[in-house]
Design a protein around this ligand. Structure first.
Ligand SMILES: Nc1ncnc2c1ncn2[C@@H]1O[C@H](COP(=O)(O)OP(=O)(O)OP(=O)(O)O)[C@@H](O)[C@H]1O
Ligand SMILES: [Mg+2]
Length: 298
């Protein structure tokens, strides 16, 4: 495990923050923390990075307690409200960042070439950051987070300022970094982002963890079926997949854990003299789950 927390808690005078979070992230995984504004996502990342001190519980990164100085060098971080030094050029910002990481000058120069290419800012590196658009600022922030070639990358809402194309670019960057074996811890409230890049997700609500698992595990993909000549045998077979199937006339709604089961379900309906008129996965289910999980107001 590259990240591990055990009942980690950080509150501000007993309020806000997060409470008793236990989770672990494997090497090479893209892990997303999902929650609405104020859920405690940024506080959690900042505590893992050692910027905030936890009230109780334990946390480890790369086998060392959180806050360990040597470990910080192996971590990249894109804060949610990245402080831009507007008077610098993108190149100068990255160069200074490299010096802070104690990289040598030749290494910094080579690496700047690479990261500028990765984040798609080629041709803009010598412009002052004050002339950058929001999206370009977010990209230069991402470039500085990956400059030191970290093992783990903490990205706090990396696409909040980007247009749909920019979001896709960042998703592609995340997947490219994952291919290189990096571990990525992502804070977001964008469900599409979570669905498209994450291996596992935790849902945080008012500082407490409500759910954790792979998207498939969390969703149990609801499937709608429309069946003619529906009979007891079919119902009994379907109940083997989901005990709590919902039946209304010839319509069935059920949870299917694994897509591999879909053709088997179709086969079983036909074998038992049913007619399968429709089999459809419900859309936007992550959004439904999210709203159901964190949506209720006090
Ligand atoms: N330094 C602080 N002092 C006091 N309260 C704080 C501090 N930082 C955060 N909080 C509170 O802790 C809670 C969680 O804040 P946090 O920034 O972690 O949420 P978040 O999930 O990142 O939200 P967002 O999606 O808006 O970024 C909020 O109620 C916030 O007001
Ligand atoms: Mg935040």
């Amino acid at each position: 495990m590259v990240i591990q927390t055990d009942n980690l808690t950080k509150q501000f005078k007993g309020k806000g923050g997060f409470v008793n979070i236990s989770l672990s992230v494997k090497e090479g995984e893209v892990f997303s923390l999902l929650g609405k504004n104020g859920a405690g996502k940024s506080t959690f990342i900042r505590t893992l990075l050692g910027i905030l001190h936890p009230d109780s519980g334990r946390g480890e990164i790369l086998g060392q307690s959180i806050g360990h100085i040597q470990t910080r060098k192996k971590i990249g971080y894109l804060p949610e409200l990245f402080q831009y030094h507007n008077w610098l050029t993108g190149y100068e910002l990255l160069f200074n960042h490299g010096l802070l990481y104690k990289m040598d000058k030749k290494e910094i120069k080579d690496r700047i070439e690479e990261v500028i290419e990765i984040v798609g800012l080629k041709g803009h590196e010598y412009k002052k950051i004050k002339e950058y658009s929001k999206g370009m600022k977010q990209r230069i922030g991402l470039a500085s987070a990956i400059l030191s070639n970290p093992k783990i990358l903490f990205l706090d809402e990396p696409t909040s300022a980007l247009d749909p194309i920019g979001r896709k670019d960042v998703r592609d960057i995340i997947l490219k970094l994952k291919d290189q074996g990096k571990t990525i811890f992502l804070n977001t409230h964008l469900l599409s982002e979570v669905e498209l890049v994450s291996d596992r997700v935790a849902i945080l609500d008012k500082g407490r963890m409500k759910k954790i698992g792979t998207i498939q595990e969390l969703l149990h993909s609801p499937v709608l079926l429309s069946i003619g000549n529906i009979n007891e045998k079919i119902i009994n077979e379907l109940k083997k997949v989901d005990q709590n199937i919902k039946k209304a006339g010839n319509q069935i709604e059920m949870s299917v854990y694994d897509d591999e089961l879909l053709p088997k379900i179709a086969e079983c309906i036909v074998k038992n003299d049913g007619q399968l008129y429709m089999m459809k996965k419900k859309e936007n289910v992550l959004e439904e789950l999210f709203i159901k999980t964190v949506g209720e107001e006090e």
